[in-house]
Write a protein that binds this ligand. Structure first.
Ligand code: SF4
Length: 230
């Protein structure tokens, strides 16, 4: 758990990354929420949570990074709480931010089709993002933001206990796997994220811009399915 002083230093560093030397002052009610959150955590940095709903309730007002102040809705995740497959994207987009649900826009519809192509319904899997709040204008997440938010994902994984993770997109994969490898190098093999076998493929939004990558994605999800099927 970070001390108040450490939290202030981290906050100011995030502000500098986002806004340069201009200082952003959170509204008073936000400061109250941060204070409440700090009171909730235990010595391990977490309030005891036994279900995803408990975790959602605990963190849905999070303001630990500046994205909390620009989001419309917090996007926790959706799907089967006991899923064998957890699908992890980078961050909510505009549609997700408006609806408070992951992968609901055009990219989400394509994800649904990709899952169905290997015999999985959306309700069979658990879908979420590394970041729970939308970066303005869909810019790439900052390292400070993923550092702050990734522990929520780790907690979600601990509660769902998936057999496999499908990382969607290079940003998601590089963030989870802590490397800078290319998509070409990451595809087609099993990685490890917190002990969970993890497969990497293209983000559906990238497929909408680059339809020629769909064949490779099909190969990736077929490979994933072959691993899942005993
Ligand atoms: S992106 Fe994550 S860390 Fe930042 S405010 Fe949202 S939930 Fe909190």
């Amino acid at each position: 758990m970070f001390s108040v002083q450490e939290q202030i230093v981290r906050y100011l560093k995030q502000q500098r990354e986002l806004y340069g030397d201009a200082v952003y002052i959170a509204r008073q009610e936000h400061l109250r929420v941060v204070s409440t959150d700090m009171a909730q955590v235990n010595s391990d940095g977490w309030e005891e949570t036994s279900t995803l709903d408990d975790l959602h309730q605990q963190i849905h007002e999070c303001l630990n990074c500046p994205l909390g102040s620009t989001r419309t809705n917090f996007v926790f995740g959706s799907g089967n709480h006991n899923a064998d497959l957890m699908v992890v994207g980078e961050a909510p987009g505009a549609d997700e931010d408006l609806q408070g649900l992951p992968f609901v826009g055009r990219a989400g519809q394509l994800l649904t089709k990709i899952l169905e192509s290997i015999g999985l319904m959306r309700d069979d899997v658990y879908i979420c993002n590394i970041l729970k709040c939308r970066p303005p204008n869909n810019r790439k997440p900052l390292a400070s933001e993923t550092d702050e938010c990734e522990p929520y994902l780790v907690k979600q994984i601990a509660l769902v206990k998936p057999g496999f993770i499908l990382a969607l997109g290079l940003t998601s994969a590089n963030t989870l796997l802590k490397n800078k490898e290319s998509m070409t190098s990451l595809r087609g093999r099993i990685h490890d994220y917190h002990g969970i076998p993890t497969i990497v493929t293209y983000h559906p939004a990238a497929l909408l811009r680059n339809p020629e990558w769909k064949k490779s994605t099909w190969e990736d999800v077929k490979y994933l399915r072959s691993l899942m099927t005993p």
